[in-house]
Design a protein around this ligand. Structure first.
Ligand SMILES: [Zn+2]
Length: 379
């Protein structure tokens, strides 16, 4: 499943921690630029070889500070360093991690900074990515800045405003008749045929996404939160944050793991169903208006299930009306989110109402704002 023919661009190889790419299912070690296991086509995981070295957080700003924890020194365009904000609603004992301040308005930029760095290091002439919108915009922006050609396969029903923004980044946009999983199949096929580096919800992106957890822990002065509420589409952020927290725990940077709570729409909740029924993930046809999380079969679904179980977390489904109400309530607190971006808060409100969870400390990740329904921070 790997695209062949890349050469290592030795001049740009960054001084990063040694690692191997291991299949999450069969354990086979794969070589760059694999995006799935060459034996069983499952997704891969970056496993670091620390060789007794403790990774250090560097001085400065943004996600470059975490280069010791990453498989490549990020191709940074100012992503990360996003704000943490206290809820203005007193009885909510929560903090918001607001990812809308990233260069293209979503958390996706952290993953793109690592992926594009890797594409550059491997001397890739072009990249390809399947997207519901936000990831495509982010990859297109980073690719353009790095001078790498970019093709985006965009799922049917994608937000027109997002498609326009992707085109403005000079990417070649291929509109797909089908949902995200169809776009994903087409993008992977395109990659093999055209020798393109595959960006998207794979192992390198997951590494970039885990920096949300790193930053969050550094920003919290007192202690780890009891719970973190995270919207879930492909579950890359969710499983990435779990990986990041585990790494911080391994190096004594946190004492205990927060419970990770996945939030999906009732109209697209394959992870919630699998968790409730104690079964494997099965595909559902996405029917949610929250396009950023309209993924019928999450790539990192199994990893997310493990993260929920290991952290004694939960998976919650919220209605479309609850998502819209949460976005409005966020706006009243000065935070502008798109529907997918506000879904974590909808999950918190539901959880708190059912469990009296307002007494414990929680963090809600507000993942993005790109639909243009509310005032945008981005120009
Ligand atoms: Zn395998």
């Amino acid at each position: 499943m790997s695209a062949k023919g890349f050469s290592l661009n030795m001049r740009t190889i960054s001084d990063h921690m040694d690692y191997i790419l291991v299949c999450t299912k069969c354990g086979r070690e794969n070589a760059d630029p694999a995006f799935r296991c060459s034996r069983c086509a499952s997704i891969l995981e970056v496993e670091f070889n620390y060789k007794g070295k403790k990774p250090k957080i560097k001085a400065g700003r943004g996600i470059k500070r975490y280069s010791d924890f990453l498989p490549a020194a990020p191709f940074s365009l100012g992503e990360g360093n996003t704000g943490i904000k206290k809820s203005t609603i007193k009885e909510n004992n929560i903090l918001f991690k607001v990812e809308t301040g990233n260069p293209t308005g979503t958390f996706k930029d952290r993953g793109s900074a690592v992926e594009i760095a890797k594409a550059f290091e491997l001397d890739a002439e072009s990249v390809v990515c399947a997207s519901t919108g936000n990831m495509g915009l982010s990859v297109a922006h980073y690719a353009r800045k790095a001078g790498i050609k970019c093709t985006i396969f965009i799922s049917g029903g994608a937000n027109k405003n997002k498609i326009k923004k992707i085109m403005n980044e000079k990417a070649s946009v291929k509109k797909v008749k089908g949902d995200f999983n169809t776009a994903l199949r087409l993008a992977e096929r395109f990659a093999v045929k055209n020798n393109a580096f595959v960006c998207g919800d794979y192992h390198y992106r997951k590494e970039g996404q885990k920096t949300v957890a790193f930053e969050l822990i550094e920003q919290l002065t007192k202690h780890e939160p009891d719970r973190i509420f995270i919207p879930v589409g492909n579950a890359t952020l969710f499983s990435g944050m779990y990986k990041g927290l585990n790494e911080f725990k391994m190096f004594g940077m946190i004492k205990r793991m927060p419970a990770l709570i996945a939030v999906q729409s009732e109209r697209c909740g394959p992870l919630v169903s699998a968790y409730a029924d104690k079964k494997h993930i099965t595909y559902v046809r996405p029917k949610t208006e929250a396009d950023a999380i309209a993924v019928g079969y999450p790539t990192f679904g199994n990893e997310a299930l493990e993260a929920i179980r290991k952290t004694k977390g939960d998976a919650i489904a919220v209605s479309e009306a609850e998502i819209k109400d949460a976005v409005v309530e966020l706006e009243e607190q000065g935070i502008y989110a798109e529907l997918g971006g506000g879904t974590g808060y909808a999950g918190f409100l539901k959880y708190a109402a059912e469990n009296g969870g307002k007494k414990s400390s929680s963090v809600v990740v507000v993942t993005g704002n790109n639909e243009g329904i509310f005032k945008e921070k981005q120009a």
